[in-house]
Design a protein around this ligand. Structure first.
Ligand code: SAM
Length: 286
């Protein structure tokens, strides 16, 4: 006998404005047997708004593996399930990857119901090139790890984007300003689709000043987009050979002495070598 397996629907929900949900998403949320949600209390508000009274089960980062196995069994038994996160598209810096992988690996259908996503909304209205871009999710939490992260991307020719919270936006921009050239164009997309939506495209220098001086610019949710390094000069980075030299010097001397010697030998800017030295030095503790 042929068994009819259920389908897993990955459903995008609004990132602020409740009207940003597709007709199809509402239909699917009404019709499935079960909705797997990151935070069931949170999603109830959305469901109430659309008159959806469906069964909810929680699937968050702390129970994902176990909950996913249970959900897979339900799909095998023929039930259909919708996966939603607190906001936007599931899996994009949100739970769901283990479930989707498990269901795909089991050969069952995973159906996307596309819709809001803060990353795509910011890219679509930010005004920086989007032909090629990389998405970096959330940044590391410590300042030294963030600087290393920026250092790795400083010469990337592609646009890159990351998510940031109100708690760290200022610190992240301050760290960025130590590594990324201050004239680089960036976009700060804040509170997208909400009352205080702000999308600013300006230099890193101006953006940092705005966030430092205006308390409101530190409130809400953020997507930060950074332009690629297309027109920047090579002397703003160090070559592999110069990095090797710096590594040797760091083995023998303090950061200060190693950087001073490397400046003399290579002619590369002190700030650039100093940042590279910090990153190399940090590797020792990793
Ligand atoms: N899955 C979601 C999506 O599709 O965009 C993102 C979830 S992630 C846990 C939450 C982060 O996304 C926030 O910290 C913020 O960086 C970004 N974000 C979510 N909603 C946003 C909004 N309305 N405006 C700006 N950024 C937002």
């Amino acid at each position: 006998m042929l068994t009819e397996f259920g389908k897993l629907y990955v459903v995008a929900t609004p990132i602020g404005n409740l009207a940003d949900i597709s007709f199809r998403a509402v239909e699917v949320l009404k019709q499935v047997d079960l909705i797997a949600a990151e935070d069931t209390r949170h999603v109830k508000m959305l469901l109430q708004h659309y008159g959806i009274t469906n069964k909810l089960v929680s699937l968050h980062q702390h129970n994902e593996d176990k909950a996913s196995s249970v959900l897979l069994e339900k799909l095998r038994a023929g039930q259909s399930i919708a996966l939603v996160s607190d906001a936007g598209t599931p899996l994009l810096s949100d739970p769901g990857m283990p479930l989707v992988k498990m269901v795909k690996d089991a050969g069952l259908d995973v159906v996307p119901i596309p819709g809001a996503c803060a990353l795509i909304a910011a890219l679509s209205a930010g005004g920086l090139p989007v032909t090629q871009f990389s998405f970096e999710g959330f940044l590391p939490r410590t300042s030294s790890a963030r600087k290393a992260f920026f250092y790795e991307r400083v010469m990337s020719p592609k646009t890159w984007a990351f998510y940031e919270s109100c708690h760290r936006i200022l610190a992240s921009l301050q760290d960025m300003a130590e590594i990324i050239p201050l004239e680089r164009q960036i976009v700060i997309a804040r509170e997208l689709t909400k009352l205080h939506e702000t999308i600013i495209k300006t230099s890193l220098r101006n953006a940092l000043e705005m966030v430092e001086q205006n308390e409101n610019m530190r409130k809400g949710e953020f997507v930060v987009i950074v332009d690629g390094a297309v027109n920047e000069k090579k002397e703003q980075i160090i070559t592999t050979e110069q990095e090797k030299l710096l590594r040797v010097l760091l083995r023998e001397c303090s950061i200060k002495t190693a950087v001073a010697m490397a400046v003399e030998i290579t002619g590369v800017r002190k700030k650039v070598l100093y940042q590279a030295a910090l990153v190399i030095d940090k590797e020792k503790d990793a």
